[in-house]
Design a protein around this ligand. Structure first.
Ligand code: AVI
Length: 340
């Protein structure tokens, strides 16, 4: 080992704040792989979450406004479907319908369904489950501000990696998994998430799943490659996060955003492409990663569903589709399924 390398390692180590292992491990694994990849959850630091919020307002990103419009148009029917499914399954609990949500909801979309539940039964329990305490606090505060009659009982838990533990309830539960969040998981992971939820449900409980539908490639690609470059900034922000969390020296100007429709896998893919041959140092890992000109890092999959694929997903995870609502352009589907 040369003196200069030893010195730089000591300097990096001694300047180091404690290494964020949750970030270090997947970055080490993903950037050592061929082709290189990074997990999509790395997008969501404070800046990434702000950029995602901006994406949801972009004209090209039809997903959020379309799902919201379906909720606005059919909220009463959605709540009625959940209550009916409980009665049909012979549920005898005396309690009111409660809403549970995988992920911390925002007042806007979840609030539409909560408001419908409150209209029907005066008071509604709402149990958001999210890994981020901060996201949960923000969501609970905005729900509480926007709606009276909602009793919020947040739970901090990772519903992807850990077994869920949902408090018992003497009445029906409607679990929300909305916003096309299921689409960011590989098919086997999506089944595992829904099975985890199903294991905690009782006969007559229901799941409301929001899924983006397969459509023409041009519409999909522009939703993930908007004119103003907000999605590009969101994608590139993952490198900024690694620079900060792991003391790396990614030059963001030498990577470009790519959005690709993979028809065979039925998914939009996001990648970051290196514009030149370069070496990137990741101080906290004491490793450098080599990039060829044109080499890519695969940063996200966003699966798009046909109606058959939605039905299959439910069947594989122990649910049965009961009602489905879509917009008139068939962009997005909201399906209520009962625990089979
Ligand atoms: C959070 N998720 C459902 C978004 C999606 O559409 O897959 C994340 C996103 N990626 C690029 N734009 C939005």
């Amino acid at each position: 080992m040369s003196t200069s390398i030893a010195t730089s390692e000591i300097t990096e180590a001694s300047l180091a704040s404690p290494v964020n292992e949750a970030v270090a491990q997947p970055v080490q694994e993903g950037l050592s792989a061929t082709p290189k990849w990074l997990p999509a959850w790395l997008f969501y630091d404070a800046q990434g979450s702000r950029l995602f919020e901006r994406i949801t307002h972009l004209p090209e990103y039809y997903l959020t406004r379309t799902e919201r419009a379906i909720f606005t148009g059919y909220a009463d029917g959605i709540i009625a479907a959940a209550i009916d499914a409980y009665a049909t399954a012979g549920g005898t609990g005396k309690g009111r319908l409660r809403l549970l949500e995988l992920g911390a909801g925002s007042a806007t979309k979840t609030g539409i369904l909560l408001a419908a539940a409150v209209r029907l039964q005066d008071e509604t329990e709402y149990l958001p489950i999210d890994v981020s305490e901060t996201a949960m606090e923000d969501a609970c505060a905005s729900i509480a501000r926007a709606l009276t009659g909602v009793v919020v009982q947040p739970q901090v838990a990772n519903y992807v990696t850990d077994e869920l533990s949902i408090p018992p309830h003497d009445g029906p539960t409607l679990a929300l998994y909305i916003g096309s969040s299921i689409g960011n998981f590989a098919p086997h992971e999506a089944v595992a998430i829904l099975q985890n939820l199903r294991a905690q449900m009782r006969p007559g409980d229901t799941l409301l799943l929001g899924t983006d539908l397969v459509k023409d490639a041009a519409t999909l690609i522009s939703a993930y490659n908007d004119h103003d470059g907000v999605t590009a900034a969101f994608n590139l922000n993952v490198l900024r996060r690694i620079n900060r969390d792991l003391r790396a020296n990614f030059d963001l100007a030498s990577f470009t955003h790519q959005a690709i429709w993979n028809a065979e896998q039925s998914r939009m893919e996001m990648h970051l492409q290196s514009t030149k041959e370069q070496t990137v140092r990741v101080g906290a890992l004491r490793t450098s990663f080599q990039f060829d000109a044109g080499e890519t890092i695969h940063t996200e999959n966003s699966y798009k569903f046909t109606k058959d694929a939605i039905r299959n997903l439910f069947t594989q995870s122990g649910f049965q589709a009961a009602h489905q609502w879509t917009d008139e352009d068939q962009l997005f589907a909201v399906t209520v399924a009962s625990a089979a």
